[in-house]
Design a protein around this ligand. Structure first.
Ligand SMILES: [Zn+2]
Length: 375
């Protein structure tokens, strides 16, 4: 993947979303004092929502004599956005995995689609490696329990998360159970229908794993969808279950995008009648063109063909052309659905329509000035 070789090159004008992550529990695990932020670690990665600049606030114990001082704690939730070293978020990984293994796309096809649809440029080699990661993750249930045990030596309590990642609307979602203190994916499984029973089965698997390791789960974190809440309450009675603040993009963006989409509908409703205006202009032009042609070229008296907008622009009077140009511009604005929560399309639409209005006003003012000069 990119991070293992050359650092990923981000163009200078990349429009990042900035997100800061803090540690969940800021009490020193040795002395219990409140830790403070001693450093910031920055990383940049691709998500399907756009480029993300992640700032991880690193904490350590304020007491120079405390053993806990030496270990810096980094935000636990970081690995729910992307594991260390990755240049892509989970959403992109799942998107790649789904295209590769469920739909059998070629790596080159995945590469092209990532650029075209999401503006994400990855080398074929990187994509292959991410696809391998995806496969490994799905096979993680068969992982070496001895190795896992070694990795969890010295860890008393663990924090588990469960997340359903949908690669595509209407498709099976990939359910991932992660352990945050060691930043590990415990297992992942694609569920076609995530019924309460199916989800509970996954949570029970996590319970078995924790028991096999002899660790107690001090916290569960999820986006608290119903099946998670019920399954965790049933399998882990008494264990706190926290809402994951890390579903920020998805969950915070939702109301923003909904409001934005509503605004867009309102604007589209208000700015209408483009076709009528265009047809009127074209008809008018056609008629004057026909009158004109009849005089000079007899064959033009044949039944008139509709004047195509794109061609024959020279045949249009400059006034008609201006109206058609504005009309095309406004149609382009109304149909522009690009943008995400950080650049809501509706907001852009409002700005663009405002510009058109100003431009028309400028032209009208200029014209007034002209006519006063008898032009
Ligand atoms: Zn301490």
């Amino acid at each position: 993947m990119e991070a293992e070789g050359m650092p990923y090159h981000w163009p200078a004008d990349t429009d990042f979303a900035y997100v800061e992550l803090d540690v969940l529990d800021r009490d020193c695990s040795v002395c219990g004092r409140r830790m403070y932020v001693c450093d910031h670690r920055h990383r940049r990665l691709h998500t399907l929502e756009g480029p993300l600049h992640l700032t991880c606030k690193l904490n350590h114990c304020p007491d120079p004599h405390c053993r806990g001082r030496a270990t810096t704690k980094s935000p636990e939730l970081e690995c729910t956005i992307a594991p260390p070293q990755w240049a892509i978020g989970w959403d992109v990984l799942v998107w790649i995995g789904h295209r590769r293994f469920s739909r059998h796309w070629a790596i080159s096809q995945i590469q092209a689609e990532l650029v075209d649809t999401y503006g994400i440029k990855l080398s074929e080699r990187s994509i292959s490696r991410y696809a391998e990661h995806y496969q490994t993750m799905l096979a993680a249930r068969q992982q070496d329990s001895e190795r896992l045990r070694r990795e969890y030596e010295g860890t008393d309590t663990i924090i588990l998360t469960i997340d359903g990642l949908q690669p595509e609307k209407g498709h099976e979602a990939l359910y991932v159970v992660r352990e945050l203190t060691r930043k590990r994916v415990w297992f992942a499984e694609a569920l076609i229908s995530a019924t309460e029973d199916e989800v509970r089965r996954l949570i029970a698997m996590a319970k078995e794993q924790a028991q096999a390791l002899g660790k107690s789960v001090k916290l569960w974190i999820s986006d608290k969808q119903d099946a998670f809440v019920k399954g965790i309450a049933a399998e882990f009675p008494g264990v706190p279950h926290r809402y994951c603040g890390n579903h920020f993009v998805r969950d915070l963006a939702k109301p923003v995008l909904e409001a934005d989409s509503h605004a867009k509908v309102q604007m589209r409703r208000k700015v209408r009648g483009l076709r009528g205006i265009e047809q009127a202009i074209l008809k008018q032009e056609r008629e004057s063109a026909r009158d004109h042609r009849v005089m000079i070229e007899p064959e033009a008296a044949l039944p008139a063909l509709p004047v195509p907008v794109q061609e024959g622009t020279a045949a249009l009077s400059s006034g008609a052309q201006v109206v058609l140009d504005y009309s095309a511009a406004v149609r382009g604005i109304l149909n522009d659905d690009q943008g995400g929560p950080l650049q809501p399309p509706g907001l852009r639409m409002a700005e663009a329509l405002g510009e058109v209005r100003e431009s028309i006003q400028r032209n009208l003012n200029a014209k007034k000035g002209d006519s006063r000069n008898g032009n």
